[in-house]
Design a protein around this ligand. Structure first.
Ligand SMILES: [Fe+2]
Length: 736
């Protein structure tokens, strides 16, 4: 096996922090199978924009069942200093090769290889990459460095640098301008650039405001002012005076946003779009290339990406992680590619569908992790509904106007939630944007993205193209905007995620089912995090954040976790109005009838919860081991006993589908073997089950039954509750 790990340093050699760290692993087996696991440091340690790689690297290694000594090569990048500084002083990987990768080369690599294109023009734009003149120190911006680079990528040959713009000392590129304007508008830090972009939709650039960027005699881009990242606010003050325009005073944080602020945002946005599109058009002409990849933090500007795509009229690709959180994978890919110019085992590597971005470690979501997690997160009063296919239920709940937090399998690499760690909503909600901004604690002008089925472009959008990673803002067809107010921005665009309906993902199924129900082929999709927090990564993170958010439902794996049993759940067929079954609690030999047949389903759930003090799981199907099914068929078995750690069960309906399983596992749930009627339900602690209970359950003796149940549920103790269903075969499909 060959293991290449990619990391980005947490700080430069002169101790400047490099934000947004993480780690990626490419593991190639001896028979040429490869797998990739990648994780941002912030997702791993819970600190937004966390630097470094230690925590993420440990997690990706554990997930792959590897340790540090298994790593053959560590591919590492840095920023704001010469490329070769990346490996300096890195002493912890003693058994591995250390290879430094250029900051922009890394951004370019993930974009070009991710695109799957054979040949393309690759543009990388960020706040700044590596220093080019050998200088290493705190005044890096006074030296030649990467800000906007263009590359000619060929799949078989690698990346060839075409040119660098804004590379001179003090040059101000797009990323630096956005950073400075963020400061001027009261949002200190380049991480707020998305706010400037969103605000631009509410402003208008006055016609008399002149350009900031121009093409020089060599064809490269230049700006009219110098970059002074140590004094960003005054840079913009100076920009106003140089342009001869009145930009007012810098906005104080949390102060009112005036028209001039909105117009400044619009000016910056339109300058980025105009200059970048012009430069790319010229380069496409010069090189004869016909496809474009965009990378670096500036490629998170979905409005500019949408504009560029529309202007250039060529395919444009943006990877799922274009900014620095994508450096670890970019680094690992770059080193592999430099050693295997034909890409070898990675020949079929591409990131072109939303589901391709799900590169996080596998997360286990079984009923034990759920009930234990609920107990830990103070969510014990939640009810858990279990499904073999929860997506249609989620679509029904969304169409009833509820929001749903979603946690499915592996997390997405990069800053966007694409359906694995999302909060979904109904795009038709009139006040949806305000509602969701309140839930997320975001500013009022921040828009929300629609996740859209891929085959509906022309009716709904004026210019839809592939956007699997929410990389492009595209125009809605004017006639449709009013129908999906919650996901249309003020400028009539949506930051679309196109979902391939054949990729088998949860989000694809939700969008499809929501379309069937409502006639609207999209759902609102925002990231599953609380304001200022990283997107949730683990089951525990998900439950904790769900507890803190004003959202009622969490779709976690095959489970739907519900805080409040609201009437919409009955309308959306999550639960019936009534269970219509007899219930009883048997304890210390005494039977307490629960009268569940007379209560509403909500009362049933709450009664069972209060009597047992446990989480209630509502089961919608019954897997059953083939041997037990035979006993049921022969009339030798009239009950089934179920155990979940820290939980008891109720059946969602009086009749449930039964799946035959070859072992004690969950088995294949795609084929219903039979329908069973639930005639009663009983709760009893395991240690109090009797000989009679064993015989009714199809065993010869209590001892046999106890042995068998302990094989199925090794953690089952005598003092723990089990749920005993009285069942009868209603319809045996295997016999028909
Ligand atoms: Fe960067």
């Amino acid at each position: 096996m060959t293991i290449v790990a990619g990391i980005i340093r947490g700080e430069t050699t002169f101790k400047k922090a490099i934000r947004s760290g993480g780690a990626a692993l490419i593991a190639i087996s001896d028979d040429d199978q490869w797998r990739i696991i990648a994780l941002a440091e912030e997702r791993s340690n819970g600190q937004k924009y966390a630097s470094g790689y230690q925590s993420a690297l440990q997690e990706v290694l554990t997930s792959a069942d590897l340790s540090r000594t298994d790593i053959d090569t560590v591919a590492v990048s840095t920023c704001c200093e010469p490329t070769e500084c990346a490996t300096q002083g890195l002493t912890e990987f003693q058994s591995a090769d250390l290879v430094a990768v250029g900051h922009h080369e890394s951004h370019a690599t993930i974009a070009f290889l991710g695109s799957g294109y054979d040949e393309a023009l690759v543009a990388v734009s960020d706040g700044g990459g590596d220093v080019l003149d050998g200088y290493c120190g705190e005044e890096w911006w006074l030296h030649s460095r990467e800000q906007l680079t263009f590359w000619h990528g060929t799949r078989s040959g690698g990346l060839e640098l075409i040119c660098r713009d804004f590379a001179d000392p003090l040059a101000m590129g797009f990323g630096e301008l956005y950073r400075a304007v963020s400061y001027f508008l009261g949002w200190p830090g380049s991480r707020h650039a998305s706010k400037v972009m969103a605000l631009a939709a509410y402003g208008e650039r006055p016609a008399e405001w002149p350009p900031i960027f121009y093409i020089d005699g060599d064809g490269g881009l230049r700006s009219i002012i110098e970059n002074h990242p140590d004094d960003p606010v005054n840079m913009i003050v100076k920009l106003g005076s140089d342009l001869g325009i009145d930009l007012g005073e810098p906005r104080q944080p949390k102060a009112e946003i005036f028209e001039v602020h909105r117009n400044l945002a619009a000016l910056i946005q339109s300058e980025l779009e105009r200059a970048m599109a012009l430069r790319l058009a010229n380069l496409l002409k010069e090189t004869g290339l016909q496809k474009v990849c965009l990378s670096g933090g500036v490629a998170l500007n979905v409005v500019a990406n949408g504009f560029i795509q529309k202007q250039l009229k060529v395919p444009v690709y943006v990877p799922p992680a274009p900014s620095d959180d994508g450096q670890p994978l970019g680094n690992a890919l770059a080193v592999w590619w430099s050693r295997n110019r034909d890409l070898g085992s990675l020949k079929n590597f591409a990131l072109t569908r939303s589901s391709d971005a799900a590169l996080g470690p596998e997360r286990n979501c079984n009923s034990a992790t759920v009930s234990e997690g609920l107990a830990k997160s103070d969510l014990r009063s939640c009810t858990v509904f279990e499904y073999s296919s929860p997506a249609p239920v989620v679509a029904r709940v969304l169409s009833a106007g509820s929001m749903v937090c979603v946690f499915q399998k592996r997390s997405e690499y990069g800053p966007r939630a694409l359906g694995s760690r999302s909060i979904l909503g109904d795009p038709r909600l009139e006040d949806g944007r305000a509602l969701f901004n309140q839930v997320k604690g975001r500013d009022w002008f921040m828009p929300f993205a629609p996740s859209v089925g891929s085959d509906i472009g022309e009716i709904w959008f004026s210019d839809l193209a592939d956007s699997p990673f929410m990389s492009f803002a595209v125009g809605f067809a004017p006639s449709q905007i009013e129908k999906v107010r919650a996901v249309s921005s003020n400028d009539g665009t949506g930051r679309v995620q196109t979902v391939d309906e054949n990729d088998g993902s949860f989000i694809a199924e939700v969008v499809e089912k929501f379309y069937e129900i409502t006639g609207v082929p999209m759902v609102l999709n925002t990231s599953f995090n609380a304001g200022g927090q990283p997107i949730v990564e683990t089951v525990d993170d998900a439950l904790q954040t769900f507890a803190d958010l004003g959202v009622n439902i969490l779709a976690l794996g095959r489970f739907l976790i519900v805080k409040s049993l609201s009437p919409e759940l009955i309308r959306a067929e999550v639960m019936p109005k009534q269970f219509f079954i007899d219930g009883a609690i048997v304890q210390n030999g005494r039977r307490l009838n629960l009268d569940l047949s007379k209560l509403t389903s909500r009362e049933c759930i709450r009664t069972v919860q209060q009597r047992t003090g446990l989480v209630v799981f509502v089961r919608s199907e019954l897997p059953l081991f083939a041997d037990f099914l035979e006993r049921l068929r022969k009339g030798k078995k009239a009950t089934t006993i179920r155990y979940r750690k820290g939980a008891v069960e109720l059946p969602s309906f009086k009749e449930l589908p039964l799946y035959e399983t070859p072992d004690y596992g969950v088995g294949d749930r795609s084929k219903v073997t039979a329908w069973v009627e639930i005639t009663g339900i009983r709760y009893q602690v395991f240690g109090e089950l009797t000989e009679q209970d064993a015989v009714v359950d199809g065993f010869d003796s209590l001892e046999d039954m106890r042995r068998e149940l302990r094989t199925i549920y090794p953690k089952l103790h005598d003092d723990e509750w089990v749920t005993i269903y009285s069942i009868g075969l209603k319809q045996d499909l295997a016999k028909e």
